[in-house]
Design a protein. Sequence first.
Length: 311
Amino acid sequence: MGTTATFTIGELSRRTGLPVKTIRFYSDEGLLPPTERTDAGYRLYDAAAMARLELVRTLRELGLGLADVSAALAQSTTVGELAVRHVEALDEQIRRLRLRRAVLRAVAKRNSELEEVKLMNRLASMSDEERKRLVDEFWDEMVAGLDIDQEFYQRMRAGKPELPDDPSPEQLEAWIEFAELVQDPDFRALIRRMSETQAKQIEDGEFEQPAEAWQQNWPVWLSRAEAAVTAGESPTSETGQTLAADLAAASARDDQDPASPEFRAELADRFAMSGDPRAERYWQLLATINGWPPVPTAQPAVRFMIDALRG
């Protein structure tokens, strides 16, 4: 049987590029115990120790303290096991570098101030569970104390941000913008008002029938409005006013006049709130984060319908 090759600290330094002083420090701290010693007391290290040293370096570069490095190494004995740990550590290092790149790209694009840079870095570093919890807490606050349509809000909150293991810069930037959006006081106030409006409709018995009609007819109405916008028609044209009449008729209770300017103005106000571009942006960003098909903007068509209702 052949003798296992061993290296002095100097040889280990030349092979790894780490200073002798650093290797000696790691050895003194118990992170790199010598494989054996010479008769003169010099420390010698084998291939497993070299693999262990490379892993120590990676873990330290990731910011781990000596105690955490020691704990991570506790079960690593063979070269193969050390290699597996090293790959895992490098994967984590790559992930963090990608996050840092995404933050820096966003900073450059937005010319951010220092406090915003800190916030973006914290958001980018969140775990999947932290991201989902942020969304859950957002929707909890949006409906707290309100009698709302549970099925509707279950659909709203079912979409959770789930970044893949290897997200693109665009996905990371979308997550940063999404997290900022759901924490923005103005956006939270908007969604809360929408929830309160729905609760009031339910209390007044206005919600069930109109909600069902809107769910069934919305794709057709949107298509008609988009066609009108493309054709350059005015909201006050016959096309616009026919669409407005259909919207009003589907939304009015039996005791309300769908032709009433006051009713249509109130409906337009509610429509403007629910059609706010920030609400649309919420789903566009979620689609980018999760790799869903892109959500095209409906803003020109929505604006056409609102203006048609106001006549």
